[in-house]
Every structure is written in C-alpha cells, then in structure tokens.
Design a protein around this ligand. Sequence first.
Ligand SMILES: [Zn+2]
Ligand SMILES: [Zn+2]
Length: 76
Amino acid sequence: MAGKMCPKCGKMTFFETPTGRRCSKCEYTMTLPVNEGKGGRGYKCSNCGKYTVFNNKCSNCGATYSEKNNDKKLRA
Ligand SMILES: [Zn+2]
Ligand SMILES: [Zn+2]
C-alpha cells in the first residue's frame, strides 16, 4: 500500500489513519476533521479524497463501495 508524500520528511510514507494521516518514517501526524466537524467518523473516499464515506457511500460525491472492501476499515 502506497502512502502519500509526507510534508515533513518528503518520503512516500504518509498513511491514512482513522483520524487523519501519519508518517511511518518520521512519525509526523496530521489530524483531519471528519465529516466536516458534524460528528461521526467517515472513511476516506478514494474518488473525491474526503473523509465522508458512511455506510459504504460517500456523502460528498455519491460514490459507493462494496461492503467487502470497507468492512474492516470502517470498524477501525
Ligand atoms: Zn515523514
Ligand atoms: Zn467521494
């Protein structure tokens, strides 16, 4: 699984976490607001990039996901 570029160390080891992102190289962490501060915890939509996926459906762009792929991540 490929990560994003870490803004601190520049390595591609910036991984998503339930609350934001974390670099596995330098430990830099970033907390992102989920569901635009409305509460709850959405999973990141791979289509639009926002943390607005609830019940396998993105409330931002409407993309849907199969339960099989997101089950474990949604429970994290
Ligand atoms: Zn880093
Ligand atoms: Zn989306």
